[in-house]
Design a protein around this ligand. Sequence first.
Ligand code: SF4
Length: 104
Amino acid sequence: MGLFDKLKRGLQKTKDILRTDVRDLFKAPRHPYTQALLSSIPRLGAKEPLYAIPGQPPDLSDPPAGCAFHPRCPYAWEQCRVAEPPETNAGPHHLARCWMLHSA
Ligand code: SF4
């Protein structure tokens, strides 16, 4: 498989981890990656250190098995490492790919 095909496969795997409207995304983020990204936004007057997502973004030419976020996710368990989560209804107009939401 050529580099282009590998990158294309990696992008397909990491895209569409959620679909929601922007207000719901900020008001009630449900996917752990979205929660982590929102926690890393600087806030005026904040005293706490800025949150940083541990690890590195996935290598799109060789994405990890299972959920692409699992090496950096604080909630990852065995299923996350071996199986890609299906798209799950996480609320009105809110779809996300996460095993935690799928089993809820
Ligand atoms: S599927 Fe698992 S690793 Fe991926 S975001 Fe959900 S809990 Fe984290």
